[in-house]
Write a protein that binds this ligand. Structure first.
Ligand code: ZN
Length: 103
């Protein structure tokens, strides 16, 4: 099973910034931890969209997953728009470009 793990933001795009933290750094650390854990399972292949601090467009991230034939795509983010706890957005069929949210 191929997992593509996307470390949200990166490079010139820091994502949310506050309290001395940048979202792009946290998504890198969390995404790596997730990848390391999944990689311990037999039959699991982990692919990252980026492995350093670089900017990738949404299209580039999707292309990496599609070219790899990903079974599962996870984009890690730390939302700063209010709310608490955990949010999970699940792709459930065809979605027009206008309705794709990126946080
Ligand atoms: Zn984000």
């Amino acid at each position: 099973m191929k997992f593509v793990i996307d470390w949200g933001h990166g490079g010139s795009d820091p994502g949310a910034v506050g309290n001395g933290l940048r979202e792009k750094d946290l998504t890198m650390k969390i995404g790596k931890m997730i990848g390391d854990m999944l990689g311990e399972y037999e039959g699991v292949q982990v692919i990252y969209t980026r492995t350093d601090d670089r900017y990738l467009s949404l299209e580039e991230r999707a292309e990496i997953a599609n070219k790899a034939g990903a079974d599962f795509f996870l984009s890690v983010h730390i939302n700063a728009g209010g709310g608490t706890g955990f949010e999970s957005y699940v792709y459930n069929g065809n979605v027009s470009q206008a309705t794709i949210a990126y946080q």
